[in-house]
Design a binder for this molecule. Structure first.
Ligand code: NAI
Length: 726
C-alpha cells in the first residue's frame, strides 16, 4: 500500500517535502518549490525536523529514505542568499549550530535513514547525506559529491569537517575539503563516501530495500572512519591516522603544504584544518563547536564576501543571453564546424563534443587532421583516467568528432569556429569560402587580436560574423569572450553566447576593440612587469610579489608559459592601439632575439631542465642592470602591477568594452586569475575607494610616468564619491 500525504508547510506556504510510505519505509522527497535545484535553508530544516518528529512517533514507519524530487540532483548546498544575508559572525555561527543540531539528531535517529543520491550532492547536501546511516548513489557521471565550501571562503558548517574524516579517513577528507574538490560516484564508492553506486533507474528501489534491511537487522550499519582502505593504504592509514603522533605529523604536513599553495591569503582552508584537528584532539562535539565558530567568522569576512559575489556574478552570467532584448532567441545549434585543429582548434573541438554536439573539423591535410584527433583523444583519455568518463562514454564522445581537409560536411553546420593562424588575409579567405558552401551558418572567429569588423569587412553576411575568444588551454580555462562587431545580428550574439554556455564556459560579451577586454587589461600589467625587470627587479622577487598578492602565477612565469615571443607580439599591437601607456621597455626584445621563447623552447626567464623550473641567471645578461639585481619592495611591485591592471579595467568600462563592473570582474578572475578573494579589479577599486585609488595612481604617475594617469571613469567616481558596484 502506498500513501501520499501532505507535510508541514514552509514559511512561504509551500511544501518542500512530500512523503510516500510503502511497507514500513517512508520516502522523503525534497523538492524545494520555485528552484531548479534543491538548496538547504532554515525553512527546509524546520520542515524536516517536524517530519522527523512525526516519523519518530509513527509506529508503522520502520525506516526512512531521503531523496530528491528534482531531476537535476540531490542538494546543491546551503542557500547562499541565506549566508549572504547574515549581519554578524554570531548570527552565522548560530546558523551553523542549528544545522549541526539538526544533523546530529538525524544521525542519532533510532530508525535507519538511507540517502538516495543523484546529481549534485554538495556542501550542506553532502553533510546531510553523511548524517544518514547509509548512502546509495546513482552511478552515472552526473553524480558529484563534495564539500566545496572553501571555494566560497567558508568551511563546511553543518558537521562536514567532523563527519567526512571519520567516514573516509583524514588524509582523503583533507584532500577533498581543502581544495573544495568534488568526486563522481565511482570514486565516492572507492573512498567509502557512499556505500553503493547503482544504475540510476534502480536508485530509489535499492535505497528502499537497504532501508528495510537495516530496519530488520539483515544489514548492519557500516563502521565509519575510513576503514575502506586496503593493503598499503590501510597500513599507511593505521600508521598515520589511528594514533595521535601519526595524526600530528599528518596535520602539520597538510598545513605546510597548504601554506605553500595559499601564501596565507585564504583563511578558510586553514580554519578547516584546525577544526578537523581539534575534533580529533578534543572530540567530535568540540570539533563541531570550532567548525561553527570558524564558519561564523568566515561568513562575514571580506574574502568570503568577495568569493560569494563572484559566485553570484557567474550564476547570473549563466542566464545572461548576451543581448538586452528579451525577445531575441538563440538559433538552435545542432552541428558545429571548426577550422584549424592546432592548439586552440582542437581544444574548441573537445569542449564542443564534450557538450554532446557533433563537430566537423577542417585541417590542411590528413596528417594535421590526425594530429587534431589525437589531441582531442588525449584530453578524453585524461578524463577516463580521472574517472570522469567511462570507456563507453569516451567512445561515444570521440565519435562525435570527424575531420576533413576539404569542405565536405561544413555546408550544414549551424556555427563554425575559425582557429587558423593569426593572419587577416587567411581568415578572410576562409570566411569567403565558408559563405560559398554554407548559406546560413554563423562564422565565429577565435582571433586574439584582429578586430572582428576587419574580418567581416567584405563578407556577404557580416551580420553572421562574430568573435568567440577562448583561452588556452581551452578545456581548462573557464572564460569565453564573445565579441560582436557593429554589424553582428543580436540573434547571432545570443547563439554564440548559448553555445559557449553549453560548452561549460562563463561567457562575457565584450566590445570589438584591440585586445578585447582580458588581453587589454593584461597589457599594462605585463608591461609594468617588464619595466620592473628593466629597473633591476629580481625575477623570483617579482613573481613572488604577485603570487603574494594572490595571482596563481607571477607575471614572468606567465610570460614563459604563454611564450615571450607571443607576449611581445601582443604588446606591440596594444602599444600601437593605445600608445604610451602600453609601451613596453626595449628590454624584452633582447630576450626574444636571443631565442628564449619560454617553456616551449625549454628556456625563457626560467629553465626547465629535468622538469625542474628555476630562474635562469644568464637571462639577466640580456637585461639592464645585468646580474646585480636590486631589492625592490614586494608590496610596491604588487601595487604597481595590480593598479595598472585595475586602472585599465576602469578605462575599458568607460569605453564600453565591458558592459558592467560585474562582467569586468568575472573576466579578470576567470581569464587572468586575478585573485578571486579580491573579487576582481572593480571590487578591488571599490575596496580601496576611488579617491584613494586616484591618489595612488597619481603618485605612481609622478614617479614613473604618464602610463599611470588615472582612468577618466575612476576620476569621475572619486569626484562624486561613487563606486563601481552599488
Ligand atoms: P596553431 O598554430 O596551434 O593552430 C593553427 C592551425 O590552423 C594549424 O594546425 C594549421 O594547420 C591550421 N590551418 C592553417 N591554415 C588552415 C586552413 N586553410 N584550413 C584549415 N586549417 C588551417 O595556432 P593556435 O594557437 O591554435 O591559434 C589559432 C588562433 O587562435 C589564432 O587566431 C590565435 O590568435 C588564436 N588564439 C590563440 C590563443 C593561444 O593561446 N594560442 C588564445 C586565443 C586565441
Amino acid at each position: 500500500m502506498t500513501t501520499c500525504e501532505a507535510t508541514a508547510e514552509t514559511a512561504g506556504g509551500e511544501r518542500c517535502f512530500t512523503v510516500e510510505v510503502a511497507d514500513g519505509v517512508a520516502t522523503l522527497l525534497l523538492d524545494v518549490p520555485g528552484q531548479g535545484v534543491n538548496t538547504l535553508s532554515a525553512e527546509v530544516g524546520d520542515e524536516f525536523d517536524r517530519l522527523l518528529t512525526r516519523l519518530e512517533q509513527d509506529a508503522s514507519v520502520k525506516a526512512i529514505v531521503l531523496a530528491s524530487g528534482k531531476r537535476e540532483g540531490f542538494v546543491a548546498g546551503a542557500k547562499i542568499e541565506m549566508i549572504r544575508a547574515v549581519a554578524s559572525a554570531a548570527e552565522a555561527e548560530a546558523l551553523s549550530r542549528r544545522a549541526q543540531a539538526g544533523f546530529d539528531r538525524l544521525e542519532r535517529f533510532h530508525k535507519p535513514v538511507v540517502a538516495a543520491i543523484h546529481g549534485a550532492c554538495l556542501g550542506g547536501g553532502l553533510e546531510w547525506a553523511m548524517a544518514c546511516h547509509y548512502r546509495v548513489a546513482a552511478g552515472d557521471p552526473k553524480t558529484t559529491l563534495g564539500l566545496p565550501e572553501v571555494q566560497l571562503g567558508l568551511v563546511p558548517g553543518a558537521g562536514g569537517t567532523q563527519r567526512l574524516p571519520r567516514l573516509i579517513g583524514i588524509a582523503a577528507a583533507l584532500d577533498l575539503m581543502l581544495a573544495g574538490k568534488t568526486v563522481k560516484a565511482r570514486k565516492a564508492l572507492k573512498l567509502g563516501l557512499v556505500d553503493e553506486a547503482v544504475p540510476p533507474p534502480l536508485l530509489r528501489q535499492v535505497a528502499v530495500a537497504r532501508a528495510r534491511a537495516l530496519a530488520s537487522g539483515e544489514l548492519r550499519r557500516r563502521r565509519p572512519a575510513g576503514h575502506q582502505a586496503r593493503g598499503v593504504e590501510r597500513v599507511q592509514q593505521a600508521l598515520l591516522e589511528d594514533n595521535p603522533v601519526g595524526r600530528s605529523v599528518l596535520f602539520s604536513q597538510a598545513r605546510q603544504q597548504l601554506l605553500r599553495k595559499t601564501h596565507g591569503q585564504y583563511p578558510a582552508p586553514e580554519r578547516l584544518l584546525e577544526a578537523v584537528r581539534h575534533g580529533y584532539e578534543r572530540g567530535f562535539q568540540a570539533g563541531l563547536a570550532l567548525e561553527a565558530k570558524a564558519f561564523g567568522e568566515l561568513a562575514v569576512s571580506d574574502p568570503s564576501r568577495r568569493l560569494v559575489e563572484i559566485f553570484f556574478a557567474t550564476t547570473a552570467l549563466k542566464k545572461d543571453t548576451g543581448v538586452d532584448d528579451a525577445a531575441v532567441r538563440a538559433r538552435p545549434v545542432e552541428r558545429v564546424g571548426v577550422l584549424g585543429g592546432g592548439l586552440m582548434g582542437s581544444g574548441i573541438a573537445y569542449v564542443t563534443v564534450a557538450a554532446g554536439l557533433p563537430v566537423r573539423l577542417r585541417e590542411r591535410d590528413a596528417a594535421a587532421c590526425a594530429k587534431a584527433l589525437a589531441s582531442v583523444g588525449a584530453v578524453l583519455d585524461e578524463r577516463v583516467k580521472r574517472k570522469a568518463l567511462d570507456r563507453l562514454e569516451r567512445l561515444a564522445t570521440a565519435r562525435l568528432l570527424t575531420t576533413t581537409s576539404g569542405w565536405e560536411g561544413l555546408g550544414t553546420v549551424d556555427l563554425l569556429v575559425e582557429a587558423v593562424f593569426e593572419d587577416l588575409a587567411l581568415k578572410r579567405e576562409l570566411l569567403a569560402a565558408f559563405e560559398q558552401v554554407n548559406p546560413r551558418g554563423i562564422f565565429a572567429t577565435n582571433t586574439s587580436s584582429i578586430p572582428i569588423a576587419d574580418i567581416a569587412r567584405g563578407a556577404r553576411r557580416p551580420e553572421a560574423v562574430i568573435g568567440m575568444h577562448y583561452f588556452s588551454p581551452v578545456h581548462r580555462m573557464p572564460l569565453l569572450e564573445i565579441i560582436p562587431s557593429a554589424a553582428t545580428a543580436p540573434e547571432v550574439i545570443a547563439t554564440a553566447v548559448a553555445l559557449g554556455q553549453r560548452q561549460g564556459k562563463t561567457v562575457i560579451r565584450v566590445g570589438d576593440g584591440p585586445g578585447f577586454y582580458v588581453n587589454r587589461i593584461l597589457g599594462p600589467y605585463m608591461a609594468e612587469a617588464a619595466w620592473l625587470l628593466a629597473e633591476g627587479a629580481a625575477i623570483e622577487d617579482l613573481d613572488g610579489a604577485l603570487t603574494g598578492y594572490g595571482f596563481p602565477v607571477g607575471p614572468i612565469a606567465l610570460l614563459d608559459e604563454v611564450g615571450i615571443d607571443v607576449g611581445e607580439k601582443v604588446s606591440k599591437i596594444l602599444h600601437a592601439a593605445f600608445g604610451e601607456r602600453m609601451r613596453p621597455p626595449e628590454a624584452l626584445h633582447a630576450v626574444v632575439a636571443a631565442g628564449r621563447l619560454g617553456r616551449k623552447s625549454g628556456k625563457g626567464f626560467y629553465t626547465y631542465d629535468g622538469g625542474k623550473k628555476r630562474v635562469d641567471e644568464t637571462v639577466y645578461d640580456l637585461l639592464p642592470g645585468g646580474r646585480r639585481r636590486r631589492r625592490l619592495a614586494r608590496p610596491e611591485m604588487a601595487e604597481r602591477l595590480s593598479l595598472a591592471l585595475c586602472n585599465e579595467a576602469a578605462r575599458a568600462l568607460g569605453d564600453g568594452i565591458v558592459r558592467s563592473a560585474r562582467d569586468g570582474d568575472v573576466g579578470a578572475v576567470f581569464g587572468i586569475g586575478f585573485p578571486p578573494f579580491r573579487g576582481g579589479p572593480f571590487r578591488a577599486l571599490d575596496a580601496m575607494g576611488a579617491a584613494a585609488a586616484v591618489d595612488a595612481l597619481s603618485r605612481l604617475r609622478d614617479r614613473h610616468g604618464p602610463r599611470f594617469e588615472p582612468a577618466p571613469l575612476l576620476v569621475e567616481q572619486a569626484r562624486g564619491g561613487g563606486r563601481f558596484h552599488l
